[in-house]
Structure formats: C-alpha cells, structure tokens
Ligand binder design. Structure first.
Ligand SMILES: NC(=O)c1ccc[n+]([C@@H]2O[C@H](COP(=O)([O-])OP(=O)(O)OC[C@H]3O[C@@H](n4cnc5c(N)ncnc54)[C@H](O)[C@@H]3O)[C@@H](O)[C@H]2O)c1
Length: 357
C-alpha cells in the first residue's frame, strides 16, 4: 500500500516533467488523457494515424448533416485543445515499427500508454482482420520498442476492457474474477493483457492494465448507447430499449476514467497491477433512457427483444483502485449523464440553426 497522500499535489509532483507517449492518443480517451496530463505538468506526445473515429470516417459516413457538423466540431476541438495545451502530435501508424520508433527516438518516453484499437466490439466483429491488426500489431511494436529502447520506459499502460469478464455470473466482478472473454473484441483485449504480462515477466517491464466500462463524455464520436440515445431523441427517432431495458452497464464518465488513469500513472508501483476504473455501480439501460427523457421529454421508447449475443454485465468493483490509488469517482449518471445530454441538446440545436440559416 502506498503511504504517500494521493492528492493532486503528489500527482503533479510525480508526473511533472515526465515524458508520456500515448499510442492511439488522438481518440476519445487519449485526447482527454493528454489534456489532463498536461495540466499536471507532464510532457505529452500523441502518436495516432487518425484512422478510427476520425474525420474521414465521419465525413464519408451515412450520418445526418447535423451529426456531421457536430462530429467535425468535436474532432477539430480535440486537435485545437491539444495544440493549445502544448501536446506534441505525430501522425504515425503504430502498425509500422519504423514509424513508431521515430516517436520513441525523438521523445524517449518515461511511460507509454497504449490505446490504439478498433474501440468497439460491434465494429471489431464487422472487420475482424483490422481489429486484430490495430490492437495486436500496434501492441507488438509498442512492447518491442519499450523492450529495446536504450532508456527503457518504466511503465506501459494498456487500455483493456470490461468485456474481458464475459458474462457476469455475479452482479459484481473484481480484478480477481476469472476473465471469460466472449467474442473477438474481448478476446483480443484479453490476449493483449496476457502479452503485456508476459513482457513484464520476461523483461521486467512495469505494466498497468486498465479496464474501463461504458464510457460517455464530451467530444465522443464513437456512438455508444449513451450517445445513440440522446442523438435519436433529438432526431425524433425511437430509442431501442432491448429486453425491457433491464440490461445493466457500469456507465462511467470520461472524467472519472481519466482521473483513475492519471492516478495509475502517478502512483505506479514497480511491476504491475490491473484496475477496474469504473463508477462502480451498474445502472440499467432504462435508467439512461429515462434521463434522456428528462432532457428531451418527447423521446420515443421502442421495445425490442434482448439481443442474444449481448454479454450479461453488471458492476465492476473499483475497490482496488480506491485503496491503491485514492480513486474516488464523482460523476454519477443522474447528474453527469444528464449534463452531457443537456450540452448535447444545446450543441445539436446550434448546429441545426446554422445549417438552416
Ligand atoms: N470508450 C470506451 O467506452 C472504452 C471502453 C473500454 C475500453 N476502451 C479502449 O480504450 C482505447 C481507446 O478507446 P477510445 O474510446 O479512445 O477509442 P477511439 O476510437 O476514440 O480512439 C482510438 C484511437 O486509436 C487510433 N489508432 C487506431 N489504429 C492506430 C494505428 N495503427 N496507429 C496509430 N493510431 C491508431 C485511432 O485513430 C484513434 O484515434 C481502445 O483500446 C478501446 O478499446 C474504450
């Protein structure tokens, strides 16, 4: 157990001046992490090929003009915020060893965070070869560069997923629950965890594994259920409520996740640990649909049968992160998701107005 007070002063003390490389760092999680790390005085480089959930996908996809305008705004704002915060951005493909090695040579990172992936189980299933490549080939190059670099980084952090647990057999799981990943995305994530641990054991590389769950927050363009619901409500399309909306997810605000990740970097202990960084209290799909209806009172709910291949989920205990990192999530959906929906509604109406003028 760490005896240092795990407060903001010590986060700053431990991270100030640290060079932290984010592989796949221009995405939803990565750009929020980059901004937060900069606010604690870290030197941050983002390496990203801008291939997943970026401009080209969205400008060419079959979404409405309002969505296109909003997504363009979100993506441009990410880049503007990172530039203004002094984040170094390199447009490199981490599948290519030579490209990623340019970043290691230029930046000589003290720590590396691996985020590159097709970041959705649904999308990964549509394009398995690409899902494999973007997660595992980028991880292979990251691990090899960490192993081989003359000043070996002291920590590598991997973004895994709550899906590694598979179907929950109890309402709550913790990091000691045996993973039983189902499907391609979950298995690729679990393989990544195992490869990271093998590198840790063979080459004495410090490693941290983060398992987030059902994230939502500003500037996300990934269209997870929390975003689909507010967008459908605003476009007068029904919200698909599967199986009576009783399915539960541990919805987590991006701000809580980032706080947990920053703590796992700042209070890293040599060797390794795996953390659920979640709000720690699963809520039903019906709960988030009802929050959407508080913001958009005429939202239409459409009952659908439960999807047979959807995993049965629940709460991911965050006790270990609370005890070892001083993590204390503070964004419950009742206020934080509601605020997200209210902000989304305002931005939506602004985009609508400017498109019709
Ligand atoms: N958002 C969530 O709810 C969630 C939950 C659990 C786990 N995760 C994991 O966290 C990580 C980040 O998720 P996100 O929500 O920020 O996803 P995202 O799609 O917004 O970001 C992924 C980033 O990786 C980049 N990338 C992909 N292939 C690359 C390559 N070959 N070289 C360089 N960059 C590449 C993409 O361009 C993108 O910017 C992913 O590994 C994802 O699986 C996300």
């Amino acid at each position: 157990m760490n005896s240092t007070p795990m407060n903001n002063d010590n986060i700053r003390k431990n991270l100030s001046g640290e060079r932290i490389l984010l592989v796949g760092g221009a995405g939803f999680i990565g750009h929020h992490l980059a901004l937060s790390l900069r606010s604690y005085g870290a030197d941050v480089m983002v390496s990203d090929n801008l291939m997943v959930n970026h401009l080209v996908n969205h400008l060419y996809s079959n979404i409405s003009p309002i969505q296109r305008s909003l997504y363009r705004l979100f993506l441009e704002t990410r880049i503007d915020l990172m530039r203004d915060a002094g984040v170094h951005l390199r447009n490199h493909d981490a599948r290519t060893f030579g490209e990623l090695s340019l970043d290691f040579d230029e930046f000589s990172p003290h720590r590396v965070v691996h985020l590159a992936a097709i970041s959705s189980a649904v999308e990964a299933k549509k394009n398995p070869g690409m899902a494999f490549d973007l997660q595992l080939n980028t991880l292979r190059n990251t691990l090899e560069l960490v192993r081989l670099h003359k000043e070996q980084p002291k920590q590598i952090m991997l973004l895994s997923s709550s899906t590694v647990y598979g179907d929950f057999s109890t309402p709550e799981v913790n990091e000691n629950t045996r993973p039983q990943p189902k499907g391609l995305y979950a298995n690729i994530k679990y393989m990544s965890e195992r490869l990271l641990r093998a590198y840790r054991d063979h080459f004495n590389i410090g490693c941290t594994i983060i398992r987030p769950s059902a994230l939502y927050g500003e500037r996300c363009v990934s269209r997870r259920v929390s975003q689909v619901f507010i967008e459908n409500a605003l476009s007068e399309k029904p919200l698909p409520i599967e199986g009576g909306g009783q399915g539960k997810l541990d919805f987590t605000s991006i701000h809580d996740l980032i706080d947990g990740m920053v703590r796992a970097l700042a209070f890293f202990q040599p060797r390794s640990n795996t953390y659920n960084i979640t709000f720690g209290h699963a809520r039903s799909i019906a709960d988030i649909a009802n929050i959407v209806r508080e913001v958009v009172p005429n939202a239409i709910f459409e009952e659908r049968p439960a999807a047979p291949d959807k995993p049965i989920r629940g709460t991911l205990s965050n006790l270990r992160a609370r005890e070892q990192l001083g993590f204390s999530p503070s964004f419950p959906i009742d206020t934080a998701y509601k605020l997200y929906c209210e902000t989304y509604k305002n931005l939506w109406h602004q985009a609508q107005k400017s498109l019709s003028s």
